[in-house]
Design a protein around this ligand. Structure first.
Ligand code: NAD
Length: 491
């Protein structure tokens, strides 16, 4: 059993109460790490430390170039430690080592990108319609930002927040998921080695309802950046609104992956599989609704089932495993419940549909599951399962595909498979989602915005504009002193 401590003000700390909680390896079902269970008192301490670092410490005296250089150093350190960090994440969330180590290496780009951007946020000198006055607009950090992350990609989704928050000059308190706190705490040694002053980055570990809520409602927190589910997102949005805090919310999805008759099936079949079965379906961007046009429906379905059936379930640490266990017992049960609901609603299970125990493993495995005869008003087509469960629907023409695609409360992403460029453009205009992939799926990058329409979220992460989510404009008026004839009238 590995014992972790929180990271507050550059010191490893226990919870004031002395309480702890455990993390379970989803493949072995063994508890492998122990974390302090933070409560309000710990959160208050972490936020106060972060606030002091923001107002009085060394950090506010750093130039933007110096902050950027530290982020670039952090990115380099992450590259050196990527494999180790990935292995820790696999123990916590059970995802494939192949995926987590790619993510860990790729993640360094966020620190390099926002490190480079730190000293390129330029102010303005707008022309002012009053004589003898110069006006300048500068962009200032917000203060203490709360960064709250989920279990599916803990460090990558943290990088989407931490890199722009620090580049902009804020200080932060991070609360990772209670299921996956280890990698974030391991990152702190690299934050320190990169030379980022103590107190600028702090980590509390604990549960959403106590530590998370105390963090969001703390009066010194000025911004909350959150990735997670709709229910927590709603609670955070409501709590933050009470004190007019800024929020960025990256929430769930029920994304349509739409295949037209003219698509290249050699690309589209693996694209559909990757869309839903990669990461055992535990991605917000999962293409969990597959819409197939009449002309290719049968052949596509046959190929999809054959290729999916060949997927190897097993040890996530093995390079040849295709499907890992899901992250938690609760998630395992939730997915099985949705499979039962889909059957009750009249959908036809053409593959999978049960828990699995490959090689006698006790892990939280679910067979990759495919449902046909799904109507878009069924719960299996409307609600986020966050597991390896695909709902297939049939469509005849573009209008019907758009209508089904958009008929959902979420709007995170959509896929379109076609060789007709004008159709691709039409579809990308009509689909209501923050990301549209044409003839590809699941790509994200530090250079382009990511976020949701409708219930999938508020604000955007990634891309050059995302740094503005961590800044506020200040307008400074510089006037020649002049006697004022009548001070009671606004000039
Ligand atoms: P979750 O909402 O249960 O938890 C996410 C984080 O929020 C955890 O750290 C949790 O402790 C914390 N939290 C929960 N309630 C809180 C509260 N009231 N106040 C403050 N913090 C609180 O999500 P999860 O189960 O860890 O992750 C899965 C969800 O995340 C899925 O819905 C998925 O779609 C979503 N997700 C979205 C994106 C995206 O970028 N849009 C990416 C990955 C995952």
């Amino acid at each position: 059993m590995k014992d972790y401590k929180m990271w507050i003000g550059g010191i490893y700390s226990e919870a004031a109460s002395g309480e702890t909680f455990l993390s379970t390896d989803p493949y072995t079902r063994e508890d492998w790490a122990r974390f302090p269970r933070a409560a309000k008192k710990d959160v208050d301490r972490a936020v106060e430390v972060a606030h002091t670092a923001y107002t009085e410490g060394e950090w506010p005296t750093w130039t933007a170039s110096a902050r950027g250089a530290a982020l670039v150093r952090l990115g380099d350190l992450i590259t050196c430690h990527a494999q180790r960090l990935a292995e820790i994440e696999v123990r916590d969330n059970g995802k494939l080592i192949a995926e987590m180590s790619n993510q860990a290496k790729y993640m360094a780009n966020w620190y390099a990108y926002y490190g480079g951007l730190a000293d390129k946020v330029e102010g303005l000198v707008p022309p002012i319609d009053k004589p003898g006055v110069v006006n300048m607009v500068t962009y200032e950090p917000l203060g203490v930002c709360a960064l709250i992350t989920p279990w599916n990609s803990p460090l990558l989704l943290l990088a989407w927040k931490l890199a722009p928050a620090l580049a902009a000059g804020n200080t932060v308190v991070i609360k990772p998921s209670e299921y996956t706190s280890a990698s974030t705490l391991e990152l702190m040694a690299l934050v320190e080695e990169a030379g980022i002053p103590a107190g600028v980055v702090n980590v509390i570990t604990g549960f959403g309802a106590d530590a998370g809520q105390a963090l969001v409602t703390h009066p010194l927190v000025r911004k909350v950046a959150f990735t997670g589910g709709e229910a927590a997102g709603r609670a955070i949005n409501e709590a933050a609104a009470r004190d007019f805090k800024k929020v960025t919310l990256e929430l769930g999805g029920k994304s349509p992956n739409i295949v037209f008759d003219d698509a290249d099936l050699d690309a589209a079949v693996p694209g559909a599989i990757s869309g839903i079965f990669a990461a055992a379906g535990q991605t917000c961007i999962a293409g969990s609704r597959l819409l197939l046009q009449d002309g290719i429906y049968d052949v596509f379905l046959d190929r999809l089932i054959d290729m999916t059936r060949a997927a190897k379930l097993g040890d996530p640490m093995q390079a040849d495993t295709d499907i890992s266990p899901v992250a938690t017992q609760a998630q395992h049960q939730k997915i099985l419940d949705y499979i039962a609901i889909a059957k009750d609603e009249g959908a036809t299970c053409v593959l999978g549909g049960k828990a699995a125990n490959p090689g006698g493993s006790q892990g939280y495995f679910i067979e990759p599951t495919i449902f046909t005869d799904v109507r878009n008003d069924m719960r299996i087509a409307q609600e986020e399962v966050f597991g390896p469960v695909l709902s297939i629907m049939r469509f005849s023409d573009e209008d019907q595909a758009v209508a089904i695609g958009n008929d959902v409360l979420y709007g995170l992403a959509a896929g379109v498979w076609t060789n007709d460029l004008t159709r691709a453009l039409r579809m990308s205009r009509k689909l209501q989602a923050g990301t549209i992939w044409v003839n590809t799926y699941r790509s994200t990058s530090y250079t382009t915005p990511f976020g949701g329409y409708k219930l999938s979220g508020v604000g955007r992460e990634n891309g050059s504009q995302a740094i503005m989510e961590y800044l506020q404009p200040k307008s400074v008026w510089l006037a020649e002193p002049k006697p004022v004839a009548n001070p009671f009238i606004r000039r």
